[in-house]
Design a protein around this ligand. Structure first.
Ligand SMILES: [Zn+2]
Ligand SMILES: [Zn+2]
Length: 403
């Protein structure tokens, strides 16, 4: 933590955007949010802090999706296309062990994913856009409940994004130093869907298997067959995972049960692979069940889609990040992340780009998110705010020309 001077990694082009008052206000806001973390859809005090911070600079400040806050920053031309910046605001049920002076004082709840910084840089971006407006208006979307994957769909459902032509957001990442930004085109995070398969047969005495339709033998065959989805059906150039996480059947060693249940997850980074794997889970379950004189009840629960950054919007974000940080600081992700991120719901409907923003201070360790010792370096607030504000300007300009 340093209250005074910027890290040397943060270039002057970013530092100069923040005067001492704004810098102090953003650090204080981040620390207040971090110290008072709230779980998904319970972010009431967080929303109030954000509303207070936005009041002097934004118009149309309102709630969306219960504890979300949406505000508008006026552009130079009110008829120009509308662009949105999203910051998520919820915390996790994790007991904080950072030892920070502004550590959580809510027992068992912690900003272990850096959403305290995401909320703050969205407010910072709003401030920069109020001082130096984009061509069109910019919506600042402070989204609740990212961790449960329910916040983004609720924001969409609320209608708050109607008319938005491009949307941008980012995530702190301690694998990258403060001042580095990832703005890669293509897949960035995986879809995360779950399935449940119930095989129903006929129970019997363990000594009289011929009177049964044994679901346990069916489960044995099914587990092996499901492994062929990734190894034999999926194009090996496309990453994917099918994992069976639970298997439940039976009550006693001398009883053949009448049913068995499997649960698992499917991960993909493109829509066709996702569809293929889910369809194959269903088809293989039904076919294997039939082969063993069982019936299969397959329940697919769609979670977050994959994040796939489209070319145009990603080019705008890259241009913005490069102009602020220099070519060498816009770095490739270098590895595919098969975790989920609910920003993907926006990208299914609206072009945009999801960024990774370096959050490791000089000499710091690459602490993984969701760990009790995780925190984002304070300076990442300013990089995130500057890059998102400039990305909104570039996008707004480009969309205005296209009109
Ligand atoms: Zn998280
Ligand atoms: Zn997160």
């Amino acid at each position: 933590m340093n209250d005074g001077s910027m890290d040397p990694e943060v270039p002057a082009a970013v530092q100069d955007l923040f005067d001492a008052d704004l810098r102090r206000a953003l650090i204080a806001l981040r620390r207040a949010i971090h110290a008072d973390p709230e779980l998904s859809f319970q972010e009431e005090r967080t929303a109030q802090k954000l509303e207070r911070a936005l009041a002097p600079i934004a118009t149309d400040i309102r709630r969306a999706a219960k504890t979300g806050v949406v505000a508008r920053i006026r552009g130079r031309d009110s008829s120009a296309p509308l662009v949105a910046i999203r910051g998520d605001i919820d915390a996790l049920p994790v007991r904080e062990e950072t030892g920070l002076p502004f550590a959580s004082h809510n027992e068992g709840v912690m900003h272990a994913c850096g959403h305290d910084v995401h909320a703050t840089w969205a407010v910072g971006a709003a401030d920069l856009l109020a001082r130096n407006p984009a061509m069109g208006d910019v919506l600042v979307v402070l989204q609740p409940a990212e961790e449960t994957g329910r916040g983004a769909p609720a924001i969409i459902e609320s209608g708050a994004l109607d008319g938005v032509r491009a949307i941008f957001g980012g995530h702190v990442d301690r694998r990258f130093a403060v001042g580095q930004v990832v703005a890669d085109e293509g897949p960035l995070a995986a879809s995360a869907d779950t399935f449940e398969i119930e095989l129903v047969g006929q129970g019997a005495h363990a000594a009289r298997p011929h009177e049964s339709a044994d679901p346990i033998v069916g489960v044995g065959a099914l587990i092996g067959a499901i492994q062929t989805i990734v190894s034999r059906r999926l194009n090996p150039a496309h990453p994917g995972v099918v994992t069976i996480g639970t298997v439940h059947a039976g009550t006693a060693p001398n009883v053949i049960p009448d049913r068995a249940t499997l649960r698992g997850t499917v991960r993909a980074v493109d829509a066709p692979s996702r569809r293929l794997m889910l369809d194959e889970v269903q088809r293989i379950a039904e076919t294997i069940a039939a082969a063993y004189r069982l019936s299969a009840k397959v329940t697919l629960e769609l979670g977050t889609p994959p994040i796939v950054n489209p070319p145009n919007a990603t080019a705008w974000a890259r241009r913005a990040a490069t102009s602020l940080l220099g070519e060498s600081s816009v770095v490739p992700l270098g590895f595919l992340n098969l975790a989920g991120e609910d920003f993907a719901h926006y990208l299914e409907r609206i072009p945009g780009c999801f960024l990774r923003i370096g959050a490791r201070e000089p000499g710091g360790a690459p602490i993984p998110a969701h760990a009790p010792k995780f925190y984002a370096a304070e300076e990442s607030i300013f990089v995130g705010a500057a890059v998102l504000a400039e990305t909104a300007r570039v996008a707004s300009e480009a969309l205005s020309v296209e009109r």
